[in-house]
Design a binder for this molecule. Structure first.
Ligand code: LRH
Ligand code: MN
Ligand code: MN
Length: 406
């Protein structure tokens, strides 16, 4: 670590009125969940590509996730997707996770990969299929109970391809009916996170097509239901940070699926395409954390930060490390926004000064800060280099090809 670079950084930030101790405390407290499916084989809409060395089962996915946590120190939990991660004994999976220093995070039901769901799951006009989908969700609540997870994360692929194909309003009623049943089964400490996406696999209408529908559904269910924002699930040009601010203010933002998009739901490495958006999302969160309203602050404190990135052209573990580091970097930059300065400029309606106060933080080099934070946390100063030098990638080649996939 370059001591003089950090000394200069401390001087500059202190001069800007930044409380660096608070910044460091917050950086150390950041936790980012990685997805089990990000370690397995994945692909495009056209083909799943096989890589050498990907995990052959959920246990090995946790072993790979442990590498990400080992070098970053901020990824202690892993989201699972059922049935991709179906095991006989979830307690055993939980114990395996614990032996690696990990916990099981959000439980994701899969309502999109069963032949029965071709016309929908919870919104299918066939009552037996709706029941099957609801029971799958209840099974996931049971998995959450067994693994001490407090998050059930729902993404619903349901929708239609053609006008007139189905009754949009009827399906809305079926959805609420099913989710009510699931909601009743939640333990008091559990939350149901409702994810939305504007299209794909359905191309005409999607039953949970945007944040408004997810929010309305959460409102109708109750306090334990909140919205999950997947950054890749919006139309071009959507102001995602406004959605974040709005949901925070309504105390209904439950979590994120971070990834990058260029065109649609591309699931690319987080921060690879538009790091400024990520930074601005954190700006809204930090702004809410300093809100006068306790409920808004609590909502911001309890956000589940999760990664939902899984592409097929890069090796899985370093890609995940890159995503995590990019989130951490943008969070660090956002922590350097002088909120008092922004507010003073807003007060004076000084547009240029306000924009400048926000952007200035984005333009800072946070490398010395992150290096010191990592050193104090006892993790490698350069997590990517540490992973690449660890020999783990070479070791897992022995798994061969044909591991677990979507
Ligand atoms: C849907 C989605 C959702 C799924 C995951 C695999 O596009 O974002 O979160 O569970 O991808
Ligand atoms: Mn997602
Ligand atoms: Mn997605």
């Amino acid at each position: 670590m370059n001591d003089s670079a950090y000394a200069l950084f401390v001087q500059q930030q202190t001069d800007r009125g930044i409380d660096l101790e608070q910044v460091k405390t917050r950086l150390k407290a950041l936790k980012i969940e990685t997805p089990s499916w990000g370690y397995g084989d994945s692909g495009t809409r056209f083909k799943v590509f096989q890589q050498v060395g990907v995990p052959r089962n959920p246990f090995e996915k946790f072993e790979d996730a442990a590498q990400v946590h080992r070098v970053t120190g901020i990824c202690p939990s892993v989201a699972i997707h059922i049935p991709w991660d179906k095991v006989e004994d979830y307690k055993q999976l939980q114990q395996h996770a614990a032996s690696l220093g990990l916990t099981i995070g959000a439980i994701n039901p899969n309502l999109f990969q069963d032949d029965d769901y071709i016309f929908g799951s919870l919104c299918n006009s066939n009552q037996a299929i709706r029941k099957k989908a609801t029971e799958h969700m209840l099974e996931c609540v049971a998995v959450a109970r067994e693994t001490s997870s407090s998050l059930l994360s729902l993404w619903l692929a349901d929708g239609t391809n053609y006008p007139g194909q189905a009754s949009i309003r009827q399906r809305k009623h079926w959805l609420l009916e099913a989710l009510n049943e699931v909601y009743q089964a939640l333990e008091p400490q559990m939350r149901l996170l409702i994810e939305y996406k504007f299209f794909e696999p359905a191309f005409y209408h999607t039953d949970l097509g945007d944040w408004g529908m997810a929010y309305n559904t959460a409102l109708k269910l109750g306090k334990q239901a909140q919205v999950l924002v997947d950054t890749g699930h919006h139309a071009q040009g959507t102001n995602v940070e406004q959605i974040v601010a709005y949901l925070l203010d309504e105390q209904c933002l439950g979590g994120f699926h971070f990834n990058s998009r260029k065109y649609a739901d591309d699931d690319l490495i987080v921060g690879a395409i538009n790091p400024y958006e990520l930074f601005l999302i954190f700006y809204q969160i930090l702004d809410a954390l300093s809100d006068a309203e306790a409920g808004v602050r609590q909502t911001a404190e309890n956000i589940a930060y999760m990664i939902d990135q899984s592409h097929c052209i890069e090796p899985k573990i370093p890609a995940m490390i890159r995503s995590v580091l990019n989130v951490q970097t943008q969070y660090a930059k956002a922590l350097l926004i002088n909120l008092a300065e922004v507010r003073a400029a807003q007060e004076k309606q000084d547009v240029l000064a306000a924009e400048n106060a926000v952007r200035t933080a984005f333009e800072l080099d946070v490398t010395p800060l992150l290096q010191v934070v990592r050193e104090e946390m006892g993790v490698p100063v350069d997590p990517m280099a540490a992973y690449l030098a660890s020999g783990y990638a070479e070791k897992i080649r022995a798994r061969g090809k044909g591991g677990a996939s979507w």
